[in-house]
Design a protein around this ligand. Structure first.
Ligand code: NAP
Length: 241
């Protein structure tokens, strides 16, 4: 299949959680910087053209659960994908199958990184939602009828947007669904020397009914680096039969 190389890159606590108070500790801030530098810094280890995020991650960090500004009288948009030219060198690839996210701009800023927003929809997304994206000049692709068609997603990212290296950037639900679909080559984990024991925080991988199950997956160690400040950078290849 013609698809990008896909690596999952995440920061976790010692107990494998991906959000909550541990991130605000001095140790959590250091591991956060290492996480950012490895994939977005000035001289990054991973040179990617886009990162993929789940709908919850986007709402938590960027769109903040705002309702999309929809025009019920919007004219019918043309069938198919909407590809916008951009001067930016990165895409923020937002998995939003139903079209829920309340975007207000086609450019997203993540620390020092600017990225063009690219929505991944299914045919469930409404005409009004697609009309809103067009009005904002936000690119979108349609991948699947009711459920995400993973192969279509990754093929379109490569062929329409020239993404050769794609970061699978969380949260846990998105990560696990791509791993279960056989679409993750490498896992890069920055372990922060901190934890907060939160019982309800998602972990690195999460099953979700209807999207993924608990079929086990194994990994082969690629590399491990112990950093002076107590962070560990672990890399695995995903074993597929
Ligand atoms: N520590 C880190 O490095 C890091 C990195 C990224 C994110 N995070 C954190 O992770 C948290 C969220 O994680 P999460 O696991 O709860 O949620 P998530 O993976 O961000 O989002 C889950 C949602 O995304 C959509 N989705 C994901 N995979 C899909 C698939 N295969 N098919 C169809 N839809 C799919 C669904 O949206 P619908 O519900 O609309 O159907 C699903 O409910 C956030 O708080 C974020 O800050 C941490």
């Amino acid at each position: 299949m013609n698809r990008p190389y896909i690596f999952c890159h995440m920061e976790v606590s010692v107990d494998g959680k991906i959000i909550r108070k541990f991130m605000g500790t001095p140790e959590g801030k250091k591991s956060g910087k290492l996480f950012y530098d490895l994939a977005f810094g000035e001289n990054p280890h991973y040179r990617h053209q886009g990162w993929l995020s789940g709908r919850t991650t986007t709402d938590d960090n960027f769109t903040k659960y705002q309702k999309p500004d929809l025009d019920k009288d919007a004219p019918t948009v043309p069938e198919g994908d909407f590809v916008v030219d951009t001067d930016l060198d990165k895409y923020y690839v937002s998995v939003d199958p139903s079209g829920k996210l309340g975007w207000t701009s086609n450019v997203l800023k993540y620390q020092d990184t600017k990225a063009h927003v690219l929505e991944v929809l299914t045919k469930k997304a409404s005409n009004e939602y697609k009309a809103m994206l067009r009005k904002l000049n936000i690119s979108y692709i349609i991948a699947g009828k009711d459920k995400l068609d993973y192969n279509v997603v990754v093929q379109k990212l490569k062929e329409l947007f020239h993404i050769d290296n794609l970061m699978l950037g969380g949260g846990g639900v998105l990560n696990w669904s791509f791993i279960q679909a056989g679409l993750c080559d490498e896992v890069s984990i920055v372990i922060s020397p901190s934890a907060d024991g939160s019982a309800d925080a998602p972990s690195l991988f999460e099953t979700k009914e209807g999207l993924s199950d608990d079929t086990p997956v194994s990994f082969s160690l690629k590399d491990v680096e112990a950093k002076e400040d107590g962070c560990v950078w672990l890399r695995y290849l995903v074993n597929y039969k």
